[in-house]
Design a protein around this ligand. Structure first.
Ligand SMILES: [Mn+2]
Length: 394
């Protein structure tokens, strides 16, 4: 289908619904893009996060949505290399020009947006973020209600001059948003509810950065029961924070991270939501899950039967084993590096190498990347000291 055809079909649909006395609003809900992730470690991987963002923007153009929601953790930390930030700014500038500013990007700050990468210091009090910079450049709408004010003053209408505010109306939709409310957002829920005007003529979205307890094992989150307080004011609770996708009661939506930022993310169901809201007498919404073209991964386990005494021998053995394994898949095409080229998770087991033969992870990663079709390697050493003891004993 050509893009012209697609446009015609879309226009037909719009005309049809308008004749039926209904209106239509579409948006993309994405979260946890983690721009800047892996930037110090691996160039290909660092670019993956920008590519995922690019894909979200392209998807929103393809589906001709009215706006994009970003549920926080747009950046992975306050530390952002100039080259990467330039790419993000250029990307957003081009998007704004090409779409004639018709698709607004509405974002909130997540815990990572205000985090310093290296020493885990919290800069929350200082109120800085790259999202604030993007908002000041007019590239995004950053919703940042002042939760310390009384409920009726909290959500100020977004002001395009000062580029500040806590809510914005787009067509029949009103979006409310706050920054990351810390580990215990429950204390703010009642206030948020009171701050949201009850108006059945509008479709209400609340954009928040927190998880729901029980959706991810051993990760703290807000108790589902406590959220109910918001239900009669909010039609769509748009979340970010948990990297695993979930939908609860057709009311709470969490798309998951756009690209895998750690090993467990690779196994999670993740992506973005394409939401269509139709207004007749009341609102109906249709939510489509879209998966993004993400980096792939593969796990390999290598067992050391003997105690290696020379590093070169050990590396040679690892490469040989890996080549064999990759060959079996008829996948050995080292030169063509694309998004299908996986991140390798390598688990080394068996006899622990001689103490002088300590594995240099950086060195081994480089050797593997040079010899096999992988973009990055994570090495886990699970050697068994027990085997060594047993040997001496026997
Ligand atoms: Mn995150």
């Amino acid at each position: 289908m050509t893009s012209a055809n697609r446009t015609n079909i879309q226009l037909d649909n719009i005309v049809k619904v308008q004749k039926g006395g209904t209106s239509l609003t579409k948006f993309i809900h994405a979260s946890d893009i983690h721009l800047g992730s892996h930037q110090y470690r691996n160039e290909d991987r660092a670019n993956d996060f920008i590519s995922a963002f690019e894909e979200i923007l392209a998807t929103s153009v393809l589906h001709q949505v009215d706006f994009i929601l970003l549920g926080g953790d747009v950046f992975t930390s306050l530390e952002m290399l100039p080259g990467k930030l330039t790419r993000v700014v250029n990307l957003l500038n081009n998007f704004k020009n090409e779409t004639e500013n018709r698709i607004l990007i509405v974002a909130i700050e997540g815990n990572h947006d205000i985090r310093k990468f290296s020493r885990g210091q919290r800069f929350k009090q200082r109120g800085q973020s790259w999202l604030k910079l993007l908002a000041s450049l007019g590239l995004i709408i950053l919703l940042d209600a002042d939760v310390e004010l009384p409920p009726d003053e909290m959500f100020k209408e977004y002001d395009f001059k000062t580029r500040k505010g806590g809510k914005i109306r787009i067509k029949d939709v009103i979006i409310y948003g706050t920054r990351y409310l810390g580990q215990n957002p429950v204390e703010y829920l009642l206030k948020l509810k009171d701050g949201i005007e009850k108006d059945d003529d509008l479709f209400h979205i609340l954009l928040q950065h927190f998880g729901i307890k029980g959706q991810m094992e051993q990760v703290p989150g807000v108790n589902y029961r406590r959220i109910q307080i918001l239900k009669n004011r909010v039609n769509y609770l748009a979340l970010g924070h948990f990297h695993l996708q979930f939908i609860l009661d057709d009311w709470i939506f969490n798309p998951g991270s756009s690209e895998a930022s750690c090993s467990s993310d690779f196994s999670f169901k993740r992506g973005v939501f394409l939401v269509t809201i139709t207004k007749n007498d009341s609102y109906t919404k249709c939510v489509n899950k879209i998966r993004l073209t993400n980096r792939t991964s593969r796990w390999e386990h290598i067992y050391f039967k003997t105690e290696f005494r020379k590093k070169e021998k050990m590396y040679e053995y690892i490469i040989q084993k890996l080549k064999k394994s990759f060959d079996l898949d008829k996948n050995l095409n080292k030169k063509s590096s694309n998004i299908q080229t996986p991140v390798l998770f390598l688990v080394l087991k068996g006899k622990k190498p001689f103490y002088r033969c300590k594995i240099d992870k950086k060195e081994l990663t480089q050797i593997i990347c040079e010899n096999l079709p992988v973009v990055d390697v994570r090495i886990y050493q699970k050697f068994s000291d027990f085997l060594k003891t047993l040997d001496t004993f026997i």
